[in-house]
Design a protein around this ligand. Structure first.
Ligand code: 5GP
Ligand code: MN
Length: 322
C-alpha cells in the first residue's frame, strides 16, 4: 500500500470543496464507473457540484447504472476545487483528460492497482483491495457520508465485476463483509444482477461464438488465446464493449492457467490477460508497457493483429519454459 494521505484526510478535502470532478479510466469498467457513481452521488447529496468526466459514451452493458452523473463536456466545471482519478493506475489511462485533471486545485488518486504510480498531490493506493469500489466504501464511512441504496448498488457493481462475481482470489472475508453491509443499505440486488449478468444480447452471443472459432490452445492446454478484429465486430454488428468477459471464457477452460484475448481498437491491439491459480500475467503486461494485477492485466501492442497474435503466442508458450 502506498499513500500520502489517509481516507479521512481525503474525505475532508472533498467536504471542504465545492466542485469535484471525477476521472475513471478510459474504456471504463464496472469498478471505475461504479466507484465514480457512488462517490459522485454521495458528494451531490452533500450539496457539492460533482460530475464524472468521460471521453466516450458509457458502455452499453453498464448503462443501466445511473448515468446522470456522466458527461463528456470538458468545460462542465472550470478549474475544479478537487479532481479525483479513480481506478486509473497511471495518467495514460485517462490521457485525453489529463490536461483537465491538472486544472484541479487539489489532485487526488484513488486506486487498487499494485503497479499504480503515485501521481497527483494526494494518493491512496492499496493493491490489497479487490476493487477501488471497496476504497470508496471505506472513504464514505471514514467521512461520515451515508451509503444509501443507490450508492450501495454502484459500489456493489464495482466489487462484483472486479472479483468476477466474488470468484477471483482477490475476494476476501472483508469483501463479503462490505457486500453484507451493502445489502443492509437497501440495494436492490436482484435488479442489479439481472441488469449486469442476465441481460446478454443476441448479437453478443453470436459474436462470442464467432470469436471462439479462432480460439487456440497453447502449451499443452495450459494457455488459451483468441482475438477479435474490427471485421468480426462489423459482421456481427457488435462493438468492442460486447467482448467484455470473453477473456474469462478462455480462462474458464479446464486446465487453462493463462488466457489472452486480443482486441483490435483504432488500429492498435489491446491485450487482456488473465491467470487462474498460480500464473502471473502482470509480468507479461509490464514487459509491453502495460500493467494491472497478477491475475488480470493488459497492455497495448502497436502492430497488426497477425503480428500481435504471434507475439502473444510466443509469450504464452515461453512462460512455461522459464
Ligand atoms: P482488462 O483486461 O479488464 O481490460 O484489464 C485487466 C486489468 O489490467 C485491469 O485492472 C486494468 O486496469 C489493467 N490494465 C488493462 N490494460 C492496461 C494497460 O494498458 N496499462 C495498465 N497499466 N493497466 C492495464
Ligand atoms: Mn478496478
Amino acid at each position: 500500500m502506498i499513500k500520502n494521505a489517509s481516507l479521512a484526510e481525503i474525505g475532508r478535502m472533498m467536504l471542504d470543496a465545492d466542485t469535484i470532478l471525477l476521472f475513471p479510466h478510459v474504456s471504463p469498467d464496472g469498478d471505475a464507473l461504479g466507484s465514480c457513481a457512488a462517490l459522485c452521488r454521495a458528494l451531490r447529496r452533500e450539496g457539492k457540484t460533482s460530475w464524472i468526466l468521460l471521453d466516450e459514451p458509457v458502455p452499453e452493458y453498464l448503462s443501466f447504472m445511473d448515468t446522470e452523473y456522466c458527461t463528456e463536456d470538458m468545460d462542465i466545471i472550470e478549474a475544479p476545487d478537487v479532481c479525483v482519478c479513480v481506478d486509473c493506475s497511471e495518467e495514460s489511462r485517462f490521457a485525453k483528460r489529463a490536461g483537465k485533471f491538472s486544472e484541479g486545485r487539489i489532485r487526488i488518486c484513488l486506486d487498487h492497482h499494485a503497479t499504480s504510480g503515485s501521481f497527483g498531490d494526494y494518493y491512496y493506493i492499496d493493491g490489497g483491495e479487490a476493487a477501488t469500489a471497496q476504497i470508496i466504501f471505506k472513504l464514505l464511512r471514514e467521512t461520515g457520508l451515508p451509503v444509501d441504496g443507490d450508492v450501495a448498488e454502484s459500489i456493489y457493481v464495482g466489487m462484483s465485476t472486479d472479483t468476477g462475481s466474488f470468484q477471483y482470489s482477490n475476494t476476501t472475508a472483508e469483501t463479503h463483509r462490505i457486500a453484507a453491509e451493502l445489502f443492509e443499505s437497501g440495494m436492490d440486488h436482484n435488479r442489479l444482477i439481472v441488469a449486469l449478468y442476465q441481460s446478454t444480447g443476441y448479437r453478443r452471443l453470436r459474436m462470442e461464438s464467432e470469436i471462439l472459432r479462432n480460439m487456440e490452445l497453447l502449451a499443452d492446454g495450459k494457455a488459451a488465446m483468441a482475438y477479435v478484429t474490427q471485421e468480426i465486430l462489423d459482421e456481427e454488428n457488435a462493438v468492442l464493449d460486447d467482448c467484455e468477459g470473453v477473456v474469462d471464457i478462455l480462462r474458464n477452460i479446464r486446465g487453462v492457467e493463462l488466457a489472452a484475448f486480443l482486441k483490435e481498437k483504432n488500429g492498435e491491439i489491446k491485450v487482456s490477460m488473465r491467470a487462474k491459480s498460480y500464473g502471473n500475467v502482470d509480468g507479461i503486461a509490464v514487459k509491453y508497457g502495460g500493467g494491472g494485477h497478477v491475475k488480470a492485466a493488459g497492455c497495448t501492442l502497436v502492430m497488426p493483429m497477425e503480428e500481435a497474435v504471434d507475439v502473444m503466442r510466443r509469450e504464452l508458450c515461453d512462460y512455461w519454459e522459464n
